[in-house]
Design a protein. Structure first.
Length: 560
Protein backbone atom coordinates (compact mmCIF):
# COMPACT_ATOMS: atom_id res chain seq x y z
CA UNK A 1 0.00 0.00 0.00
CA UNK A 2 2.96 2.34 0.51
CA UNK A 3 3.41 2.31 -3.26
CA UNK A 4 -0.05 3.82 -3.68
CA UNK A 5 0.81 6.74 -1.40
CA UNK A 6 4.03 7.37 -3.33
CA UNK A 7 2.09 7.25 -6.60
CA UNK A 8 -0.42 9.76 -5.20
CA UNK A 9 2.35 12.19 -4.27
CA UNK A 10 3.89 11.89 -7.74
CA UNK A 11 0.47 12.28 -9.36
CA UNK A 12 -0.18 15.46 -7.36
CA UNK A 13 3.18 16.90 -8.42
CA UNK A 14 2.43 16.05 -12.05
CA UNK A 15 -1.06 17.56 -12.05
CA UNK A 16 -0.72 20.59 -9.81
CA UNK A 17 2.83 21.94 -10.23
CA UNK A 18 3.33 22.51 -14.00
CA UNK A 19 2.26 26.00 -15.14
CA UNK A 20 1.19 26.84 -11.58
CA UNK A 21 2.40 30.41 -12.00
CA UNK A 22 1.75 30.79 -15.72
CA UNK A 23 -0.99 33.43 -15.36
CA UNK A 24 -1.32 36.42 -13.09
CA UNK A 25 -3.28 36.15 -9.87
CA UNK A 26 -6.92 37.04 -10.38
CA UNK A 27 -8.61 39.98 -8.70
CA UNK A 28 -10.06 39.96 -6.06
CA UNK A 29 -9.53 36.93 -3.88
CA UNK A 30 -6.25 35.53 -5.18
CA UNK A 31 -4.55 38.93 -5.17
CA UNK A 32 -6.16 39.95 -1.89
CA UNK A 33 -4.62 37.07 0.07
CA UNK A 34 -1.29 37.22 -1.72
CA UNK A 35 -1.04 40.94 -0.97
CA UNK A 36 -1.70 40.29 2.73
CA UNK A 37 1.13 37.76 2.72
CA UNK A 38 3.44 40.16 0.86
CA UNK A 39 2.72 42.91 3.38
CA UNK A 40 3.55 40.52 6.21
CA UNK A 41 6.99 40.15 4.70
CA UNK A 42 7.27 43.88 4.00
CA UNK A 43 6.39 44.99 7.53
CA UNK A 44 7.61 42.00 9.53
CA UNK A 45 4.23 41.97 11.32
CA UNK A 46 3.13 38.34 11.10
CA UNK A 47 0.53 38.63 13.80
CA UNK A 48 -2.09 41.03 12.43
CA UNK A 49 -3.10 40.73 8.73
CA UNK A 50 -2.94 43.95 6.72
CA UNK A 51 -4.14 45.14 3.34
CA UNK A 52 -2.81 48.40 1.95
CA UNK A 53 -0.82 48.47 5.21
CA UNK A 54 -4.02 48.90 7.22
CA UNK A 55 -5.48 46.23 9.57
CA UNK A 56 -7.36 43.62 7.55
CA UNK A 57 -10.00 42.15 9.84
CA UNK A 58 -11.84 40.00 7.27
CA UNK A 59 -9.62 36.91 7.54
CA UNK A 60 -7.46 35.22 10.22
CA UNK A 61 -3.77 34.69 9.42
CA UNK A 62 -3.16 30.93 9.03
CA UNK A 63 -3.39 30.71 5.23
CA UNK A 64 -1.58 34.04 4.91
CA UNK A 65 1.27 32.58 6.95
CA UNK A 66 1.45 29.67 4.50
CA UNK A 67 1.69 32.06 1.56
CA UNK A 68 4.23 34.28 3.30
CA UNK A 69 6.48 31.29 4.05
CA UNK A 70 6.10 30.19 0.44
CA UNK A 71 7.10 33.66 -0.79
CA UNK A 72 10.17 33.55 1.41
CA UNK A 73 11.21 30.38 -0.39
CA UNK A 74 10.06 31.02 -3.98
CA UNK A 75 9.92 34.81 -4.10
CA UNK A 76 7.16 37.33 -4.74
CA UNK A 77 5.36 35.60 -7.62
CA UNK A 78 2.26 33.69 -8.66
CA UNK A 79 3.84 30.27 -8.12
CA UNK A 80 4.58 31.07 -4.48
CA UNK A 81 1.05 32.39 -3.88
CA UNK A 82 -0.51 29.18 -5.24
CA UNK A 83 2.02 26.69 -3.88
CA UNK A 84 0.22 26.15 -0.51
CA UNK A 85 -2.87 24.90 -2.35
CA UNK A 86 -0.75 22.51 -4.38
CA UNK A 87 0.30 21.01 -1.05
CA UNK A 88 -3.36 20.96 -0.01
CA UNK A 89 -4.21 19.06 -3.19
CA UNK A 90 -1.57 16.49 -2.36
CA UNK A 91 -2.79 16.21 1.23
CA UNK A 92 -6.43 15.89 0.13
CA UNK A 93 -5.62 13.08 -2.28
CA UNK A 94 -3.74 11.19 0.44
CA UNK A 95 -6.55 11.75 2.97
CA UNK A 96 -9.44 10.63 0.76
CA UNK A 97 -7.50 7.62 -0.49
CA UNK A 98 -6.63 6.57 3.05
CA UNK A 99 -10.18 6.96 4.38
CA UNK A 100 -11.72 5.41 1.26
CA UNK A 101 -9.43 2.39 1.36
CA UNK A 102 -10.07 1.76 5.06
CA UNK A 103 -13.82 2.26 4.77
CA UNK A 104 -14.31 0.34 1.50
CA UNK A 105 -11.29 -1.07 -0.34
CA UNK A 106 -8.31 -0.08 -2.46
CA UNK A 107 -10.43 0.37 -5.59
CA UNK A 108 -12.70 2.81 -3.79
CA UNK A 109 -9.72 4.80 -2.56
CA UNK A 110 -8.60 5.31 -6.15
CA UNK A 111 -12.14 6.07 -7.31
CA UNK A 112 -12.42 8.83 -4.70
CA UNK A 113 -9.09 10.30 -5.81
CA UNK A 114 -10.11 10.08 -9.46
CA UNK A 115 -13.37 11.86 -8.63
CA UNK A 116 -11.37 14.78 -7.21
CA UNK A 117 -8.83 15.18 -9.99
CA UNK A 118 -11.28 14.32 -12.78
CA UNK A 119 -13.93 16.91 -11.84
CA UNK A 120 -13.59 20.51 -12.95
CA UNK A 121 -13.74 22.78 -9.90
CA UNK A 122 -12.26 20.32 -7.36
CA UNK A 123 -9.20 19.99 -9.62
CA UNK A 124 -9.06 23.70 -10.41
CA UNK A 125 -9.02 24.86 -6.79
CA UNK A 126 -5.73 23.11 -6.06
CA UNK A 127 -4.13 25.32 -8.69
CA UNK A 128 -5.50 28.53 -7.19
CA UNK A 129 -4.37 30.97 -4.53
CA UNK A 130 -7.61 31.18 -2.52
CA UNK A 131 -8.19 30.14 1.09
CA UNK A 132 -10.94 27.56 0.62
CA UNK A 133 -9.00 24.34 -0.16
CA UNK A 134 -7.26 24.36 3.25
CA UNK A 135 -10.38 25.66 5.00
CA UNK A 136 -12.43 22.79 3.59
CA UNK A 137 -9.80 20.14 4.34
CA UNK A 138 -9.54 21.22 7.98
CA UNK A 139 -13.34 21.12 8.44
CA UNK A 140 -13.59 17.69 6.80
CA UNK A 141 -10.78 16.32 8.99
CA UNK A 142 -12.48 17.80 12.04
CA UNK A 143 -15.81 16.13 11.29
CA UNK A 144 -14.09 12.86 10.38
CA UNK A 145 -12.24 12.94 13.71
CA UNK A 146 -15.58 13.14 15.53
CA UNK A 147 -16.99 10.30 13.41
CA UNK A 148 -13.95 8.07 14.01
CA UNK A 149 -14.16 8.75 17.74
CA UNK A 150 -17.83 7.78 17.93
CA UNK A 151 -17.16 4.59 16.01
CA UNK A 152 -14.51 3.55 18.54
CA UNK A 153 -16.13 4.97 21.66
CA UNK A 154 -18.07 1.82 22.50
CA UNK A 155 -15.26 -0.64 21.68
CA UNK A 156 -12.14 0.83 23.31
CA UNK A 157 -11.58 -0.44 26.82
CA UNK A 158 -11.69 2.11 29.61
CA UNK A 159 -8.35 0.81 30.87
CA UNK A 160 -6.66 2.57 27.94
CA UNK A 161 -5.30 6.06 28.51
CA UNK A 162 -7.58 9.08 28.17
CA UNK A 163 -5.52 10.36 25.22
CA UNK A 164 -5.85 7.03 23.39
CA UNK A 165 -9.62 7.01 23.91
CA UNK A 166 -10.24 10.67 23.05
CA UNK A 167 -7.46 11.46 20.55
CA UNK A 168 -9.70 11.42 17.47
CA UNK A 169 -12.24 13.69 19.14
CA UNK A 170 -9.65 16.19 20.34
CA UNK A 171 -7.72 16.18 17.08
CA UNK A 172 -10.98 16.66 15.20
CA UNK A 173 -11.81 19.70 17.30
CA UNK A 174 -8.29 21.02 16.83
CA UNK A 175 -8.63 20.75 13.04
CA UNK A 176 -11.85 22.77 13.19
CA UNK A 177 -9.87 25.32 15.20
CA UNK A 178 -7.33 25.45 12.39
CA UNK A 179 -10.20 26.02 9.96
CA UNK A 180 -11.35 28.94 12.11
CA UNK A 181 -7.79 30.29 11.96
CA UNK A 182 -7.90 29.90 8.17
CA UNK A 183 -11.12 31.69 7.28
CA UNK A 184 -13.20 32.41 10.36
CA UNK A 185 -15.92 31.12 12.71
CA UNK A 186 -18.05 29.85 9.83
CA UNK A 187 -15.99 26.66 10.19
CA UNK A 188 -17.32 26.05 13.71
CA UNK A 189 -20.87 26.88 12.62
CA UNK A 190 -20.75 24.34 9.79
CA UNK A 191 -19.18 21.61 11.91
CA UNK A 192 -21.64 22.04 14.77
CA UNK A 193 -24.64 22.14 12.43
CA UNK A 194 -23.54 18.81 10.95
CA UNK A 195 -22.90 17.21 14.35
CA UNK A 196 -26.14 18.45 15.90
CA UNK A 197 -28.30 17.55 12.88
CA UNK A 198 -26.84 14.04 12.89
CA UNK A 199 -27.71 13.80 16.61
CA UNK A 200 -31.21 15.14 15.96
CA UNK A 201 -31.71 12.56 13.23
CA UNK A 202 -31.52 9.89 15.94
CA UNK A 203 -33.80 11.91 18.27
CA UNK A 204 -30.88 13.18 20.33
CA UNK A 205 -30.00 9.67 21.51
CA UNK A 206 -26.47 8.40 21.85
CA UNK A 207 -24.44 7.76 24.96
CA UNK A 208 -22.21 10.69 25.86
CA UNK A 209 -22.98 12.61 22.66
CA UNK A 210 -23.60 15.96 24.39
CA UNK A 211 -20.45 15.87 26.49
CA UNK A 212 -18.48 14.84 23.41
CA UNK A 213 -19.77 17.94 21.62
CA UNK A 214 -18.49 20.00 24.56
CA UNK A 215 -15.02 18.41 24.42
CA UNK A 216 -14.95 18.84 20.64
CA UNK A 217 -15.91 22.52 20.96
CA UNK A 218 -13.29 23.17 23.62
CA UNK A 219 -10.60 21.61 21.44
CA UNK A 220 -11.76 23.82 18.56
CA UNK A 221 -11.20 26.98 20.60
CA UNK A 222 -7.55 26.34 21.44
CA UNK A 223 -5.87 27.76 18.34
CA UNK A 224 -8.30 30.69 17.76
CA UNK A 225 -8.21 31.78 21.41
CA UNK A 226 -4.43 31.91 21.35
CA UNK A 227 -4.53 34.31 18.40
CA UNK A 228 -7.59 36.33 19.46
CA UNK A 229 -6.33 36.47 23.04
CA UNK A 230 -2.93 37.84 22.05
CA UNK A 231 -4.62 40.29 19.67
CA UNK A 232 -6.86 41.52 22.48
CA UNK A 233 -3.94 41.91 24.88
CA UNK A 234 -1.89 43.84 22.33
CA UNK A 235 -4.50 46.01 20.61
CA UNK A 236 -7.78 45.77 22.53
CA UNK A 237 -11.14 44.62 21.20
CA UNK A 238 -11.45 46.74 18.01
CA UNK A 239 -10.05 44.16 15.59
CA UNK A 240 -12.14 41.35 17.10
CA UNK A 241 -15.34 43.42 16.93
CA UNK A 242 -14.72 44.34 13.30
CA UNK A 243 -13.92 40.74 12.44
CA UNK A 244 -17.20 39.47 13.94
CA UNK A 245 -19.20 42.30 12.32
CA UNK A 246 -17.79 41.35 8.91
CA UNK A 247 -18.79 37.69 9.34
CA UNK A 248 -22.36 38.76 10.19
CA UNK A 249 -22.49 41.15 7.23
CA UNK A 250 -21.27 38.40 4.93
CA UNK A 251 -24.27 36.23 5.85
CA UNK A 252 -26.88 38.96 5.88
CA UNK A 253 -26.08 41.15 2.87
CA UNK A 254 -24.67 40.67 -0.65
CA UNK A 255 -21.02 41.59 -0.12
CA UNK A 256 -19.44 43.84 -2.74
CA UNK A 257 -22.17 43.13 -5.26
CA UNK A 258 -21.83 39.33 -5.12
CA UNK A 259 -25.54 38.53 -5.01
CA UNK A 260 -27.42 35.78 -6.76
CA UNK A 261 -30.58 33.67 -6.89
CA UNK A 262 -31.36 31.00 -4.29
CA UNK A 263 -30.41 28.06 -6.53
CA UNK A 264 -27.04 29.57 -7.48
CA UNK A 265 -24.95 26.91 -5.71
CA UNK A 266 -27.10 24.05 -7.03
CA UNK A 267 -26.10 25.07 -10.55
CA UNK A 268 -22.46 25.67 -9.59
CA UNK A 269 -22.10 22.21 -8.09
CA UNK A 270 -23.92 20.39 -10.88
CA UNK A 271 -21.90 22.00 -13.66
CA UNK A 272 -18.69 22.86 -11.83
CA UNK A 273 -18.26 19.41 -10.30
CA UNK A 274 -19.03 17.56 -13.52
CA UNK A 275 -18.73 14.60 -14.04
CA UNK A 276 -18.83 13.33 -10.43
CA UNK A 277 -21.92 15.44 -9.68
CA UNK A 278 -23.93 13.27 -12.09
CA UNK A 279 -22.97 10.08 -10.25
CA UNK A 280 -23.61 11.63 -6.82
CA UNK A 281 -27.20 12.71 -7.44
CA UNK A 282 -28.77 9.34 -6.65
CA UNK A 283 -26.91 9.14 -3.31
CA UNK A 284 -27.70 12.59 -1.94
CA UNK A 285 -30.48 11.16 0.23
CA UNK A 286 -31.39 7.72 1.60
CA UNK A 287 -29.29 4.57 1.95
CA UNK A 288 -28.72 2.72 -1.31
CA UNK A 289 -26.87 -0.32 0.10
CA UNK A 290 -28.07 -3.41 -1.71
CA UNK A 291 -28.82 -6.73 -0.06
CA UNK A 292 -25.83 -8.29 -1.83
CA UNK A 293 -23.53 -5.61 -0.45
CA UNK A 294 -24.70 -6.18 3.12
CA UNK A 295 -24.44 -9.96 2.80
CA UNK A 296 -20.95 -9.95 1.27
CA UNK A 297 -19.54 -7.31 3.65
CA UNK A 298 -18.53 -7.54 7.27
CA UNK A 299 -21.51 -6.31 9.31
CA UNK A 300 -19.45 -3.66 11.12
CA UNK A 301 -17.93 -2.41 7.86
CA UNK A 302 -21.33 -2.22 6.21
CA UNK A 303 -22.69 -0.25 9.18
CA UNK A 304 -19.74 2.15 9.06
CA UNK A 305 -20.21 2.73 5.32
CA UNK A 306 -23.91 3.36 5.81
CA UNK A 307 -23.20 5.73 8.71
CA UNK A 308 -20.47 7.59 6.85
CA UNK A 309 -22.81 8.02 3.89
CA UNK A 310 -25.33 9.61 6.25
CA UNK A 311 -22.67 11.99 7.58
CA UNK A 312 -21.69 12.99 4.05
CA UNK A 313 -25.30 13.59 3.05
CA UNK A 314 -25.80 15.83 6.07
CA UNK A 315 -22.58 17.72 5.34
CA UNK A 316 -23.61 18.25 1.73
CA UNK A 317 -27.06 19.61 2.54
CA UNK A 318 -25.89 21.75 5.44
CA UNK A 319 -23.31 23.53 3.28
CA UNK A 320 -25.57 23.82 0.26
CA UNK A 321 -28.58 25.18 2.15
CA UNK A 322 -26.50 27.44 4.39
CA UNK A 323 -24.78 29.18 1.49
CA UNK A 324 -27.98 29.29 -0.53
CA UNK A 325 -29.50 31.29 2.31
CA UNK A 326 -26.43 33.52 2.65
CA UNK A 327 -26.90 36.66 0.57
CA UNK A 328 -23.34 36.75 -0.73
CA UNK A 329 -23.03 34.34 -3.67
CA UNK A 330 -19.51 33.39 -4.76
CA UNK A 331 -18.56 30.15 -6.55
CA UNK A 332 -16.16 28.84 -3.93
CA UNK A 333 -18.49 29.35 -0.94
CA UNK A 334 -20.05 25.93 -1.54
CA UNK A 335 -16.72 24.23 -2.20
CA UNK A 336 -16.86 22.21 1.05
CA UNK A 337 -19.55 20.20 -0.78
CA UNK A 338 -16.77 18.73 -2.91
CA UNK A 339 -15.91 16.24 -0.15
CA UNK A 340 -19.37 14.67 0.23
CA UNK A 341 -20.13 15.06 -3.48
CA UNK A 342 -17.02 13.20 -4.61
CA UNK A 343 -17.52 10.53 -1.95
CA UNK A 344 -21.17 9.88 -2.78
CA UNK A 345 -20.41 9.87 -6.49
CA UNK A 346 -17.56 7.40 -5.98
CA UNK A 347 -19.95 5.18 -3.98
CA UNK A 348 -22.29 5.04 -6.99
CA UNK A 349 -19.48 3.87 -9.27
CA UNK A 350 -18.07 1.44 -6.71
CA UNK A 351 -21.41 -0.25 -6.20
CA UNK A 352 -21.91 -0.50 -9.94
CA UNK A 353 -18.55 -2.24 -10.31
CA UNK A 354 -18.93 -4.55 -7.32
CA UNK A 355 -22.66 -5.34 -7.32
CA UNK A 356 -24.06 -3.97 -10.57
CA UNK A 357 -26.26 -1.50 -8.68
CA UNK A 358 -26.71 1.49 -10.98
CA UNK A 359 -28.97 4.57 -10.93
CA UNK A 360 -31.58 4.57 -13.66
CA UNK A 361 -32.07 8.20 -14.63
CA UNK A 362 -29.42 10.54 -13.26
CA UNK A 363 -26.71 8.99 -15.42
CA UNK A 364 -28.53 10.34 -18.48
CA UNK A 365 -27.10 13.74 -17.53
CA UNK A 366 -23.58 12.45 -18.22
CA UNK A 367 -23.65 12.71 -22.02
CA UNK A 368 -25.98 15.72 -21.95
CA UNK A 369 -23.79 17.89 -19.72
CA UNK A 370 -20.64 16.53 -21.33
CA UNK A 371 -21.85 17.65 -24.75
CA UNK A 372 -22.98 21.05 -23.41
CA UNK A 373 -19.75 21.83 -21.51
CA UNK A 374 -17.42 20.27 -24.06
CA UNK A 375 -19.26 21.87 -26.98
CA UNK A 376 -19.15 25.29 -25.29
CA UNK A 377 -15.37 25.10 -24.91
CA UNK A 378 -14.98 23.81 -28.46
CA UNK A 379 -16.91 26.84 -29.71
CA UNK A 380 -14.93 29.34 -27.63
CA UNK A 381 -11.89 29.65 -29.94
CA UNK A 382 -14.10 30.15 -32.98
CA UNK A 383 -16.10 32.76 -31.10
CA UNK A 384 -12.85 34.44 -30.08
CA UNK A 385 -11.94 34.71 -33.76
CA UNK A 386 -15.32 36.28 -34.53
CA UNK A 387 -15.79 38.53 -31.53
CA UNK A 388 -17.84 41.01 -33.53
CA UNK A 389 -20.75 38.58 -33.32
CA UNK A 390 -21.13 39.55 -29.66
CA UNK A 391 -21.46 43.26 -30.27
CA UNK A 392 -25.25 43.29 -29.93
CA UNK A 393 -25.00 41.62 -26.49
CA UNK A 394 -22.83 44.42 -25.12
CA UNK A 395 -24.44 47.50 -26.60
CA UNK A 396 -25.23 48.79 -23.11
CA UNK A 397 -21.88 47.85 -21.53
CA UNK A 398 -19.12 49.86 -23.14
CA UNK A 399 -16.47 48.58 -20.72
CA UNK A 400 -17.22 44.91 -21.42
CA UNK A 401 -17.17 45.50 -25.16
CA UNK A 402 -13.88 47.41 -24.93
CA UNK A 403 -12.42 44.52 -22.89
CA UNK A 404 -13.36 42.12 -25.66
CA UNK A 405 -11.30 44.19 -28.10
CA UNK A 406 -8.12 42.95 -26.41
CA UNK A 407 -5.47 41.58 -28.72
CA UNK A 408 -5.97 37.92 -27.84
CA UNK A 409 -4.90 35.20 -30.25
CA UNK A 410 -7.19 32.21 -30.67
CA UNK A 411 -6.50 28.99 -32.54
CA UNK A 412 -9.07 26.28 -33.16
CA UNK A 413 -6.81 23.67 -31.50
CA UNK A 414 -7.56 25.37 -28.17
CA UNK A 415 -11.00 23.76 -28.32
CA UNK A 416 -9.41 20.29 -28.12
CA UNK A 417 -9.99 19.93 -24.34
CA UNK A 418 -13.70 20.48 -24.96
CA UNK A 419 -13.69 17.83 -27.67
CA UNK A 420 -12.01 15.35 -25.32
CA UNK A 421 -14.59 16.03 -22.59
CA UNK A 422 -17.43 15.59 -25.07
CA UNK A 423 -16.07 12.30 -26.44
CA UNK A 424 -15.09 11.05 -22.97
CA UNK A 425 -18.60 11.74 -21.64
CA UNK A 426 -20.25 9.83 -24.44
CA UNK A 427 -17.75 6.95 -24.23
CA UNK A 428 -18.14 6.79 -20.44
CA UNK A 429 -21.91 6.66 -20.82
CA UNK A 430 -21.63 3.79 -23.29
CA UNK A 431 -19.31 1.85 -20.98
CA UNK A 432 -21.74 2.46 -18.12
CA UNK A 433 -24.71 1.17 -20.12
CA UNK A 434 -22.93 -2.09 -20.97
CA UNK A 435 -22.03 -2.63 -17.29
CA UNK A 436 -18.32 -1.78 -17.51
CA UNK A 437 -18.18 0.62 -14.59
CA UNK A 438 -14.40 0.65 -14.09
CA UNK A 439 -13.76 1.50 -17.74
CA UNK A 440 -16.49 4.16 -17.54
CA UNK A 441 -14.80 5.74 -14.52
CA UNK A 442 -11.34 5.69 -16.09
CA UNK A 443 -12.64 7.20 -19.32
CA UNK A 444 -14.74 10.03 -17.91
CA UNK A 445 -12.30 11.02 -15.16
CA UNK A 446 -9.34 10.97 -17.56
CA UNK A 447 -11.34 13.23 -19.87
CA UNK A 448 -12.22 15.53 -16.96
CA UNK A 449 -8.60 15.71 -15.81
CA UNK A 450 -7.29 16.55 -19.28
CA UNK A 451 -10.13 19.03 -19.84
CA UNK A 452 -9.37 20.96 -16.66
CA UNK A 453 -5.57 20.84 -16.95
CA UNK A 454 -5.43 21.95 -20.59
CA UNK A 455 -8.15 24.56 -20.12
CA UNK A 456 -5.93 26.15 -17.48
CA UNK A 457 -3.02 26.13 -19.91
CA UNK A 458 -4.74 27.00 -23.18
CA UNK A 459 -7.86 28.98 -22.28
CA UNK A 460 -7.37 30.79 -18.96
CA UNK A 461 -4.49 32.98 -20.25
CA UNK A 462 -6.79 34.23 -23.01
CA UNK A 463 -9.58 34.90 -20.51
CA UNK A 464 -7.11 36.94 -18.51
CA UNK A 465 -6.21 38.80 -21.67
CA UNK A 466 -9.77 40.09 -21.83
CA UNK A 467 -10.37 40.65 -18.13
CA UNK A 468 -7.27 42.10 -16.46
CA UNK A 469 -4.05 41.77 -18.44
CA UNK A 470 -4.00 45.39 -19.64
CA UNK A 471 -4.33 46.88 -16.18
CA UNK A 472 -1.89 44.45 -14.54
CA UNK A 473 0.73 45.21 -17.20
CA UNK A 474 0.42 48.88 -16.25
CA UNK A 475 0.78 48.13 -12.54
CA UNK A 476 3.82 45.94 -13.17
CA UNK A 477 5.47 48.76 -15.12
CA UNK A 478 5.28 50.94 -11.98
CA UNK A 479 6.83 48.38 -9.64
CA UNK A 480 10.00 49.94 -8.28
CA UNK A 481 8.99 53.51 -9.18
CA UNK A 482 8.51 55.91 -6.27
CA UNK A 483 4.89 56.74 -7.00
CA UNK A 484 1.27 56.28 -6.03
CA UNK A 485 -1.01 54.10 -8.15
CA UNK A 486 -4.73 54.02 -7.49
CA UNK A 487 -7.81 52.60 -9.23
CA UNK A 488 -10.84 54.89 -9.09
CA UNK A 489 -14.45 53.78 -9.48
CA UNK A 490 -13.84 50.06 -9.05
CA UNK A 491 -12.55 47.80 -6.30
CA UNK A 492 -9.21 46.09 -6.78
CA UNK A 493 -6.15 44.84 -4.93
CA UNK A 494 -4.03 44.36 -8.05
CA UNK A 495 -2.38 47.79 -7.84
CA UNK A 496 -1.05 46.97 -4.38
CA UNK A 497 0.46 43.62 -5.35
CA UNK A 498 1.69 44.23 -8.88
CA UNK A 499 2.85 47.82 -8.39
CA UNK A 500 4.72 46.55 -5.31
CA UNK A 501 3.41 49.22 -2.97
CA UNK A 502 5.79 49.94 -0.10
CA UNK A 503 4.86 50.75 3.53
CA UNK A 504 4.12 54.48 3.97
CA UNK A 505 7.16 56.38 5.26
CA UNK A 506 5.20 59.39 6.50
CA UNK A 507 1.50 60.22 6.77
CA UNK A 508 -0.52 57.26 5.40
CA UNK A 509 -3.26 59.71 4.37
CA UNK A 510 -1.03 61.00 1.57
CA UNK A 511 -2.29 58.26 -0.73
CA UNK A 512 -5.99 58.66 -0.05
CA UNK A 513 -8.18 59.79 -2.93
CA UNK A 514 -8.59 63.45 -1.95
CA UNK A 515 -4.88 63.99 -1.38
CA UNK A 516 -3.82 62.20 -4.55
CA UNK A 517 -6.30 64.06 -6.76
CA UNK A 518 -6.68 67.49 -5.13
CA UNK A 519 -3.91 67.76 -2.51
CA UNK A 520 -0.13 67.50 -2.38
CA UNK A 521 0.87 63.82 -2.19
CA UNK A 522 4.60 64.53 -2.62
CA UNK A 523 5.31 62.05 -5.41
CA UNK A 524 4.11 61.00 -8.85
CA UNK A 525 0.46 59.89 -9.03
CA UNK A 526 -1.13 57.49 -11.52
CA UNK A 527 -4.87 56.93 -11.70
CA UNK A 528 -6.67 54.03 -13.40
CA UNK A 529 -10.35 54.30 -14.32
CA UNK A 530 -12.81 52.46 -16.52
CA UNK A 531 -14.14 54.17 -19.61
CA UNK A 532 -17.62 54.00 -18.09
CA UNK A 533 -16.56 55.90 -14.95
CA UNK A 534 -14.05 58.58 -15.81
CA UNK A 535 -15.45 60.80 -13.04
CA UNK A 536 -14.32 64.03 -14.69
CA UNK A 537 -10.63 63.14 -14.92
CA UNK A 538 -10.52 64.13 -18.56
CA UNK A 539 -11.55 67.64 -17.44
CA UNK A 540 -8.90 68.02 -14.75
CA UNK A 541 -5.96 70.14 -15.89
CA UNK A 542 -3.62 68.56 -13.37
CA UNK A 543 -4.01 65.15 -15.04
CA UNK A 544 -3.17 64.01 -18.52
CA UNK A 545 -4.33 60.83 -20.15
CA UNK A 546 -1.52 58.42 -20.95
CA UNK A 547 -3.46 55.89 -23.02
CA UNK A 548 -6.53 53.65 -23.12
CA UNK A 549 -6.52 49.90 -23.38
CA UNK A 550 -9.24 47.27 -23.16
CA UNK A 551 -11.70 49.50 -21.33
CA UNK A 552 -9.21 51.00 -18.89
CA UNK A 553 -7.98 54.60 -19.00
CA UNK A 554 -4.62 55.50 -17.48
CA UNK A 555 -3.90 59.00 -16.15
CA UNK A 556 -0.77 60.70 -14.85
CA UNK A 557 -0.76 63.70 -12.53
CA UNK A 558 1.50 66.41 -13.92
CA UNK A 559 2.51 67.95 -10.59
CA UNK A 560 3.25 66.50 -7.18
Amino acid sequence: MKRDYILLILLALLLFVPFLGSVHLFDWDEINFAECAREMLQTGDWFRPQIDFQPFWEKPPLFLWMQAFSMQVFGHNEFAARFPNMLCGMATMLVVYHIGRRLHDQMFGWLWVMAWIGSILPHLYFRSGIIDPWFNLFIFLGIYGFIAFRWQFFTIKKTRSAWFRYRHLLLGGFFVGLAIMTKGPTAFLIAMLVLVIYWARYRFKGKGYFIHLIYFSLAATVAPLLWFGLEFLQHGSWFIREFIAYQIRLFSTPDSGHGGFFGYHFVVLLLGCFPISVFAISNLWGDRQSQDEMLESDTLDACKRSDFGTWMQILFWVVLILFSIVQTKIVHYSSLCYFPLTYLGAVTIWRAIRWNVRPRWSILLLPVLGVVLGGALMALPWLGQHIELLRSLFQRDAFAWASLQADVYWSLWQGLPGFLLLVGSIAGFIYWQINRGWQAAQTIFAAGTVFTAFTLIAIVPNIEGYSQNAVIEFYESKCGEDCYVRPVGFKSYAHLYYACKQPPRTDPRQDDYETMVHGHPGKKVYIVAKITNLAGFDQMKSFRELYRKNGFVFFERLDK
